[in-house]
Write a protein of this length. Structure first.
Length: 555
């Protein structure tokens, strides 16, 4: 339960601490006294959106803190980083005028999304927003499944539907890729044939250019190299022959002049080097032959490489890589055809699984719908709508196509109401008044309380539009809910206030030139005074007597 609520610097609240108790906690007060501020503070503790206008005018930061007596599920506590062994939960939220804020849970930093997840297991607030949801037929299915305890079946359906949509997206992606590749198949095949026919070799262009230069200058190369061979070696008085004689003469004189040995060796080395040069020139001259046909082949090959390079907008050296990429894309076409078949099979299997889940849900809902209609008629009769009728209309799709299903199955549910005996039931959204919506919501909550795990229920003016005997019936219903839940109720009805285990009054006063809202617990005599005010503002003995009678009935 929510044991304590602390509010500081929120709107017209300066510093407020409220200690709630088990059972039915009722909050009353004049219109505009600040009851809605308490509700907004509670909503913030549940992860609601914080706005700078909440911060009191003369301060920069507002603070809301809630202390809960609760034991969390181990898995949830672990996900939120909370010690599962703690039986006290302290949630603190600070809102700055700048729009920034800080959230702490048991001293550790938290986020608004973490608070929302935490509140799903702690608190449920029923107010005008909940009535608005009740007016939308799309939400009726949730009420039906909650009444029937179909949470596991809904979860299985949601998982199956998620798998179905995933399989559908996968098939769409594969088919889109197949269309894209299919449009390129003809081009890819032409490119593959063209590049493959070219028999591309990496580094080929550089070699061809070298060959072309050699062939173009073959005559001159032969001429120069032959002349060099003659000069160095082949002629009668070639340089090699003359150097050989000089080396021999120097060597012969070295016995007389030892210093001649060194130049003799150098001359001999020069002779050997020139002889090797002459040998290489002779070989090159022998290879250098005019070959017009080979030159034409080289020129044609270079022209082909140049044309392909321009066509594919890439250097000729990258053409082999382009061919490899083309071949890979063509292989993708083949593998994509296999993927498409597998994706279709997966989609069909997912559809079958989803249909099984949806069929199971529909069968359960048929029975649950009849039970809910019967139970609601009894509940509404106890809330002053004895002659009315409540029906649960259900439509089920053919479940033949994916679009026949949703994450909640194949059913569409809508509540129908007849508030008066003898009138045909009509869609709830068309005929229910504000007071009737309040009672329907309370009846639904009474019926589903056992299936809702949240231990704290907050009702914001659930008594709107009702009075008299109906108000007394609503009070009894809230009292019944308070036996299994902690109930916090903001009300204007004395019949409900009289049945409270704990009664709090919200009052507005002026302090230091500012309007301030305060909330205080009421003792017995104070409750008499507050109930007298709620009965019509009278402070007469008669009003006080009636107030005491209401309190006695409540006890």
């Amino acid at each position: 339960m929510l044991r304590e609520l602390r509010i500081a610097n929120v709107a017209i609240i300066d510093d407020l601490t409220i200690r709630f108790g088990a059972g039915l906690n009722v909050i009353t007060g004049e219109t505009g006294a600040g009851k809605s501020i308490l509700l907004r503070a509670l909503a913030l503790l549940c992860g609601g959106r914080a706005t700078p206008d909440l911060v009191r005018g003369d301060t920069d930061t507002a603070t809301i803190e809630g202390i809960f007596d609760v034991t969390l599920d181990d898995a949830l506590a672990d996900d939120l980083g909370i010690d599962a062994g703690d039986d006290e939960l302290i949630v603190r939220r600070r809102v700055a005028r700048t729009g920034k804020g800080r959230i702490h849970v048991n001293g550790g930093a938290a986020t608004a999304s973490m608070l929302r997840r935490l509140s799903e297991n702690l608190v449920h607030i029923y107010g005008q927003h909940e009535q608005a949801l009740l007016l939308r037929p799309a939400n009726h299915l949730d009420y039906l499944d909650q009444f029937g305890g179909l949470g596991d079946e809904r979860a299985a359906m949601a998982a199956a539907y998620a798998d179905l949509r995933k399989a559908q997206r996968r098939l769409g992606e594969v088919e889109e890729r197949a269309r894209s590749l299919g449009e390129r198949r003809e081009l890819l095949e032409f490119q593959r044939n063209e590049l493959a026919a070219a028999a591309l070799v990496e580094g080929e262009e550089a070699e061809l250019r070298s060959d072309r230069e050699r062939l173009r200058h073959a005559g001159r190369i032969h001429e120069v190299c032959s002349a060099g061979d003659n000069l160095l070696y082949a002629a009668n008085d070639a340089m090699v022959t003359r150097l050989a004689r000089l080396a021999a003469d120097l060597e012969g004189l070295s016995s007389a002049v030892a210093a001649l040995s060194s130049p003799a060796e150098l001359v001999e080395q020069a002779r050997l080097l020139l002889e090797e040069a002459a040998l290489q020139l002779r070989q090159i001259a022998g290879d250098a032959r005019d070959d017009p046909s080979r030159l034409d082949e080289v020129e044609d090959r270079l022209a082909l490489l140049n044309r392909l390079a321009k066509k594919y907008a890439a250097p000729s050296g990258e053409l082999p890589a382009i061919l490899a990429e083309v071949e890979r894309e063509l292989e993708d076409l083949e593998s994509n055809a296999r993927d498409r078949g597998q994706a279709r099979e997966a989609l069909e299997e997912s559809l079958r699984s989803a249909v099984v889940c949806a069929t199971t849900l529909s069968k359960r809902r048929k029975k649950v719908g009849a039970n809910l209609a019967k139970a609601m008629r009894a509940e509404l009769a106890s809330l002053g709508m004895e002659g009315g009728a409540f029906e649960v209309a259900r439509e089920t799709s053919a479940m033949a196509e994916i679009d026949d299903l949703t994450a909640s199955g194949a059913d569409r549910v809508e509540f129908f109401l007849s508030a008066n005996r003898g009138e045909a039931p009509q869609a709830l959204s068309r005929v229910a008044s504000g007071g009737e919506l309040s009672r329907i919501l309370l009846a639904l909550k009474s019926l589903t309380a056992g299936s809702v795990e949240t231990p704290i229920l907050i009702f914001d003016e659930v008594d709107a539009g009702i009075g008299g005997n109906v108000a007394d019936a609503v009070a009894r219903k809230l009292r019944l809910l308070a036996e299994t839940h902690q109930v916090l109720c903001i009300t204007h009805l004395p019949q409900i206030a009289a049945r409270a285990d704990h009664h709090f009054a919200v009052e507005k006063s002026e302090r230091g030139g500012r309007t301030v809202s305060e909330t205080r617990p009421l003792g017995d005599e104070e409750r008499v005074a507050e109930l007298s005010r709620m009965l019509g503002g009278s402070s007469s003995d008669e009003a006080a007597r009636y107030a005491r009678e209401l309190l006695a009935m409540g006890r």
